[in-house]
Design a protein around this ligand. Sequence first.
Ligand code: GLN
Length: 198
Amino acid sequence: MGVRLGVLALQGDVSEHIRGFEAALSDIGEGLGCVVPVRRPADLEGLLGLAIPGGESTTISRLIQKNGLYQPLVNFKGGIFATCAGMVLMATRVDDPRVKPLGLLDMTVQRNAFGRQKESFEADIAVRGLDHPYHAYFIRAPVATRNEKGVEVLARIDAGIVAVRKVPHMALAFHPELGNDLRLHRMFLEGIGIQNSR
Ligand code: GLN
């Protein structure tokens, strides 16, 4: 069957996300799935899931509005897999007025929550639903400081919440698209009804 996934391709690590979704689809045996870049509202048609990549949330927010994608994204019926800057965009409240968040996950997000000393780091974190730790890459990462209305915390570190889910959406402060561990992609795909078909 032809599963169609998209990656918001305005700014950020788009190609890594395309590769990540492709790897996850082939890993679960969805050989006929396809992953397309999304730049205009019409590109969202027929998509079951969409990744909003890491990058610069202020820039992505500006380009979302410029390209007429704000309301189409708010109304998008599929699931969203949001990482880092994407997590910022999914929130209801962000500590930076330059970002107009989509408000799809009821949470408060703080941008660049780790300060200059710790702009980038790697950590093995416990994630709810995974049986062993996940090696996570944090790059100028945000954290959520407050979650409400059914937004489930999947992972938390000292600084705050770094992974959340409200099916069909997931938001991660780190970058699963940069490693080879596909467990979080798989969890997202299961949430939008794409199961292992092997
Ligand atoms: N600091 C960036 C922002 O708030 C996110 C960084 C990233 O996506 N790696 O937009």
